[in-house]
Design a protein around this ligand. Structure first.
Ligand SMILES: [Zn+2]
Ligand SMILES: [Zn+2]
Length: 172
């Protein structure tokens, strides 16, 4: 849980770099990362857990009191289209792409395989995007004559911190 008070001046360097990379990627794709889209992307990236649209709207209202649901949904659609964020269906929430901050220079990477590890305990969600997993899935599907289009794998379990925490400390 962050304080949600991050102004541009005190923005962590890592976030600033990710936003700059995202902006470059959008430009290359002929799209524009407007101030609003940038704000929504920053909120998604700085959150430690995937956030739903309404949680994002609440946070956005700190900067834009007049923001309404369509404002957020349109920005989210744009960010999804650009491959800067992903939707975790199981949580109905949005998470920054691990590659959001990287400008590959090609734009071919928008549809990289998506694999999310979701902690049942603390809700932390990690994107691994391992091509080997995607290939194994495609091979297994091909064996039954299925051609994989878009594959998003969502795995539930326990993150490293929660898996190693002694049971008595749980919920403390
Ligand atoms: Zn991704
Ligand atoms: Zn956890």
């Amino acid at each position: 849980m962050t304080t949600g008070q991050g102004s541009a001046a005190e923005m962590p360097e890592e976030l600033a770099r990710a936003l700059a990379g995202a902006e470059a990627r959008c430009l290359r794709a002929g799209a524009q990362l407007t101030e609003l889209r940038r704000q929504v992307l920053a909120l998604v990236l700085e959150a430690e857990q995937p956030l739903g649209a309404y949680a994002l709207l609440d946070r956005l209202k700190a900067q834009r009191p007049g923001a309404a649901p369509p404002t957020v949904y349109r920005a989210l659609d744009f960010l999804l289209e650009q491959g800067l964020i992903h939707k975790v269906e199981r949580l109905n929430a949005f998470v920054g792409c691990v590659e959001a901050g990287y400008d590959h220079g090609g734009g071919h990477d928008h549809h990289h395989p998506h694999q999310f590890l979701i902690c049942r305990d603390c809700g932390v969600t990690v994107e691994i995007s391992d091509p080997a997993v995607a290939h194994a899935l495609a091979d297994a599907a091909a064996r039954v004559g299925f051609r994989v289009g878009n594959a998003t794998v969502e795995v539930e379990g326990f993150c490293a911190a929660c898996a190693t925490r002694p049971p008595e400390a749980a919920g403390a």
